[in-house]
Ligand binder design. Sequence first.
Ligand SMILES: Cc1ncc(COP(=O)(O)O)c(C=O)c1O
Length: 402
Amino acid sequence: MKPAAPIPVQSAKTHCSERFFSTHPSRADNFTESVIREMTRLSLQYNAVNLAQGFPDFPCPTELKIAACDAVRDDFNQYAITWGEKGLREAVAGKVEKYNNMIFHPETEITVTCGSTEAMMASMLAVIRPGDEVVVPEPFYENYGPDTYISGAVPRFVPLADDFSINEEAWKSAFCRKTRAVILNTPNNPTGKVFSKKELAFVAELCIDNDVIAITDEIYEHILYDGNLHISVGSLDGMQDRTITIGSFSKTYSVTGWRVGYALADCVITERIRKIHDFLTVGAPAPLQHACITALMLPDSYYQNLAGEYDRKRKILFEGLKKAGFRCQLPEGAYYIFTDISEFGMTDTDFARFLIEKIGVAAVPGSSFYHHGGQSRLRFTFSKKDDTLHEACQRLEKLNHV
Ligand SMILES: Cc1ncc(COP(=O)(O)O)c(C=O)c1O
């Protein structure tokens, strides 16, 4: 999790902030700025094709745009109730019962948040006491590192196996008296792994035996390939009361900028999440919460089409990466390809910079998904128009001639 380039700082302020920084340590000192967002900035600077940050460059469904405009016109422009618009909580409860096989009461067990990012942070602040350990499977979505530090937790990074499956022995030894929570993410960013029912049942048993809470980030739940199925760990026996399930509208409906997500948890945990959420943000954007009700009314064909489109896109990028000399696998879910760059003889950060500056394609250095390691990997997203992906692949072909 280290930045690839220095961050420009206003010179007039430098001396004052350096003095302040050295005498006032803060929990923000434990982590760097987001490498993913930094790669986007560099990409803009060098006019590279941005396959770094996971957001679509194509429009969201027209029904959502109309619903958002209608909501603003209909004067849903003031704070919604802090834990989320009633209609949206009810719609989420319906969707979760049908798709995730779990029942949550909209009045007491669902909190609408500013994206899954806030849901994760509010959940951790709600259940963690400073000094508690949190098990984080590695590689991990880069936010989980800072999330643990901000909540005062001690992260316990547990390596996944080489094929990104759960390494049972490593997991068993990671749990101890201080373990309070485990973070899961399926379908997974950056690996594309979709955890099987057997793997999740193993984690569930560990959580139950050790009285641990599972916080599970399921924002890619509808982006699945090759017949892989999404299983919510909270739907497994004995897990509903000890799981916080986090979802979002960002990826499923291509509205990453709307900042609407949610946390599902039993009423005791939800009460705490809601208190934290209230004082962090008051609430998610009210008109967009209304529009998200429309999103949840889209027909099943929408989700089949979404997965089909991403299936095609993953194959375009996969072929391009292979041609350019990357070693990689097709992902089982989500919209990333996590490549092995050992053949290129550069570290991830040097190679990422080289790709942006000389080849014109931005990716994310693998080390931003590891506490230690990841220098032989780069992550590319394929959440882009076909034309964008073809352009990136064409540029990457230049690697065969350098
Ligand atoms: C695994 C994972 N969780 C959370 C997020 C952030 O989602 P949101 O836009 O809902 O905050 C991302 C974004 O890339 C992600 O990949």
